[in-house]
Design a protein around this ligand. Structure first.
Ligand code: PLP
Length: 358
């Protein structure tokens, strides 16, 4: 048994829509891992890591990139590289790099977070950013960096808002970082290249291990000087891996094959949202199904029962309080997602029938 409560022999039968991090490498990726050329990447000797970093940097139009173990470490290293002790970064109050990374920047870097509200559309109001930038005065932390996130809970920030953030940060002398864990989903939704998004930012972090389907890995992008310094912080934070080419080879497949099929995940999520739109007892969160996530707001505290009923049907979903998140990815196809929809529809039909009787 593992954390899912499902024995590992049964895991292949399970439909897991908790996250797009649950994907397992397919045959092509496993073959690439098996034949990857490797060396010691701390010496800069791993040909597969070097190949991935060069390929990815070109894909995003940044001078250089750095292969990282996780997205959390990639964001942390970006913060450590941009900011000194006593500096601050301005970040959405519900952003991953503020709320879901264990306070790493403060704990390990002496970097103060300055959260600002994220609007209903998932975008930070630049007027709010302006209002928290501190004057140069010894009383205050030094405002150094603005950190955006795209996608944010599956929602996409427009090119206009990213370009506005670029102009704004240039005017007020802040650096601009993108937590682009799922930026490929954003690019597919916007119909733009990764370069168009990446050129708005001084640094970008991107996860290979989410919708793109790699087992492990993230990339940090920036100019040559930034990446040289980031390489140092990666080592300091324990992220200097040795024969990491096995993982980089998977990452290379993720950036080609994985990227090419993301639209399918978005179509599947849209179909799932459609099927659940009329279910009594929940609301599909309007306007949030832009990429590979469907958010449900449950009308009652039935989340625990819902996930238990799902597990009975061999389905894993993620419930927190009255909100439920369904994430599509390369290991769930349209037919399996129909089974997820059927199960949820059945669950709420049964419940409303029980309420009618009572
Ligand atoms: C998943 C995620 C991360 C962190 O990635 P890990 O590889 O899980 O550490 C950072 N930012 C966002 C927006 C994410 O979704």
């Amino acid at each position: 048994m593992n954390a899912t409560g499902i024995s590992s022999t049964g895991i292949d039968a399970v439909i897991d829509v908790r996250s797009d991090t649950v994907t397992r490498p397919g045959e092509r990726m496993r073959a690439a891992i098996a034949r990857a050329a490797v060396g010691d990447d701390v010496y800069g000797d791993d040909p597969s890591v070097n190949d991935l970093q060069a390929f990815a940097a070109d894909l995003l139009g940044h001078e250089a990139s750095l292969f990282m173990p996780t997205g959390t470490q990639s964001n942390l290293v970006a913060l450590l590289t941009h900011c000194q002790r006593g500096d601050e970064y301005i970040v959405g109050a519900d952003a991953h790099a503020y709320k879901y990374e264990g306070g790493g920047a403060a704990a390990l870097g002496g970097i103060q977070p300055q959260p600002v509200a994220i609007g209903a559309d998932g975008v930070i109001d630049l007027a709010d950013v302006a209002s928290v930038i501190k004057e140069h005065d010894e009383h205050f932390a030094r405002s150094r960096l603005l950190c955006l996130e795209n996608t944010q809970h599956g929602r996409v920030q427009s090119m206009e808002s990213m370009l506005a953030a670029r102009r704004f940060t240039e005017e007020c002398g802040l650096r601009l970082h993108l937590d682009g864990a799922r930026m490929c989903n954003a690019a597919v939704y916007l119909g733009v290249s990764l370069r168009e998004i990446a050129r708005c930012f001084d640094s970008v972090s991107l996860c290979l291990s989410k919708g793109l389907g790699a087992p492990v890995g993230s990339l940090l992008f920036g100019n040559r000087g930034f990446i040289d310094e980031a390489r140092r912080w990666r080592k300091v934070t324990g992220g200097g891996m040795r024969q990491a080419g096995l993982l980089a080879a998977a990452g290379r497949i993720a950036l080609t094959d994985g990227l090419a099929r993301l639209q399918e995940d978005h179509d599947n999520a849209a179909h799932l949202a459609d099927r659940l739109a009329e279910v009594k007892g929940l609301d599909v969160r309007q306007g949030w199904t832009q990429t590979n996530m469907v958010w449900l707001d449950l009308h009652t505290d039935c989340g625990t029962e819902l996930s238990a009923a799902a597990k009975q049907s061999g389905i894993l979903l993620s419930v927190r309080g009255r909100s439920c998140r369904l994430v599509t990815h390369c290991d769930v196809d349209a037919a399996q997602l129909d089974r997820v929809a059927d199960m949820i529809i059945r669950f709420f039909q049964t419940r409303s029938a029980e309420v009618d009787v009572a």
